[in-house]
Design a protein around this ligand. Structure first.
Ligand code: MG
Length: 377
């Protein structure tokens, strides 16, 4: 089965619920739409494959929606068209050689290839990736809480705890540290067994990070982990923070490739690696990242760029097939009116555990009407 056509379709999907981070609260970073890309592959067997990309221009190595769309349609399509769908590893090698570090476009293509291949051989994508790590095809979820007034954060945490959530992710690193302390304290108070993890999205300098993490650790009555406290390219800063504070450190913006993971390990800069398919360039290299992390005795966390239905499914398939991913994840959390898939009932989150449906390929049915309606080119 060969790829006959590959197209990137830019879409703009309304946001239902604001999710504020230290990056998104910066001027010009707030958006009321998800400006994503659907990657569509056609094959000579008549079996299509789909991938999704959530571009982020403000990220290290990030790209705008337009740049990412153009790269796929104008540059990468000719590398993929005519190739055998099963040769994903070779295709990814070639795309990486073409782009030198731009992983987002490769991610959408890699996932679309896995989707088409899974449908062709009639197995879910997690079977292509080694099979599920438990018989129930389940993995645990955390609940994300944005920066708000403390009483609102406590109310949000209480509602989630009533649904059974015990793990909470809170974005910190913004301009109001006192408000963040109050918010964390409020969550710990209303949910005494809460496992609270914080993500600073590179928001601090190392000395500032050490001081603030110590304070937040007390407020949380023990943080589960601290994500990306300092700048993505500061290996030494990350190590200094890691040596000075109690909670484990999770590298996100610092860790894209297998080489990044080896480099972080060499610098003793992190305890955990945040795998995001957008950073690894898809499922194939995501497996490599998990393997290299394991080889350095690091554990993994599955993150996302808050993709919609297609991208969330891809992350779920990697999570359920990768034993090294041990922490509750937020990849299924949705903040959107439209996930761009028709069978969203099978992908809906209704509690702290998610079961991956047993459907060939990614297991999603793209909603072509919605994609056309929300298309922006
Ligand atoms: Mg992060």
């Amino acid at each position: 089965m060969k790829v006959t056509d590959m197209t990137a379709i830019p879409v703009s999907v309304p946001v239902e619920k604001a999710y504020e981070t230290s990056l998104s609260s910066a001027p010009g970073q707030q958006s009321d739409t998800h400006d994503h890309i659907v990657v569509r592959l056609e094959t000579d067997a008549g079996i299509p494959g789909y991938g999704e990309i959530a571009p982020k221009a403000a990220w290290p190595h990030g790209l705008t929606q337009g740049a990412c769309t153009d790269l796929i349609n104008d540059t990468l399509a000719s590398t993929v068209e005519g190739r055998r769908v099963n040769r994903i590893a070779r295709i990814v090698d070639d795309l990486e050689a073409q782009l030198s570090g731009e992983t987002f476009p490769i991610y959408g293509i890699d996932v679309a290839l896995h989707d088409a291949l899974g449908k062709r051989v009639e197995v879910p994508v997690y079977e292509l990736l080694g099979g599920p790590k438990n018989l129930r095809r389940e993995f645990p979820l955390h609940y994300s809480i944005g920066i708000m007034e403390a009483d609102k954060m406590a109310a949000d945490a209480t509602t989630a705890a009533e649904k059974g959530f015990t793990a909470f992710k809170v974005k910190v690193g913004g301009s109001d540290h006192e408000a963040e302390l109050a918010g964390i304290e409020a969550i710990a108070e209303v949910v005494p067994d809460a496992r609270i993890r914080i993500d600073a999205n590179q928001g601090w300098y190392p000395e500032e990070a050490i001081r603030k993490i110590r304070e937040l650790d007390v407020a949380a009555d023990g943080l589960e982990l601290v994500e990306q406290p300092v700048a993505y390219d500061s290996r030494d800063g990350l190590r200094r923070v890691r040596e000075a504070v109690d909670p484990p450190i999770l590298a996100d913006e610092s860790a894209f490739s297998p080489r990044d993971v080896a480099d972080l390990a060499r610098h003793e800069a992190t305890d955990i690696i945040n795998i995001k398919l957008a950073k690894t360039g898809g499922l194939h290299r995501g497996k490599d990242v998990a393997t290299v992390a394991g080889a350095h005795s690091l554990t993994c966390f599955m993150g996302s760029m808050v993709e919609l239905g297609i991208g969330a499914a891809a992350s779920a398939h990697l999570t359920i097939s990768t034993p090294r991913i041990t922490y509750p994840t937020g990849v299924m959390n949705q903040y959107v009116e439209d996930t761009l898939i028709k069978n969203d009932g099978q992908w809906e989150v209704d509690g702290p555990t998610f079961t991956v449906p047993e459907i060939p390929g990614l297991g999603v049915e793209p909603d072509h009407e919605a994609i056309e309606r929300l298309r922006v080119d």
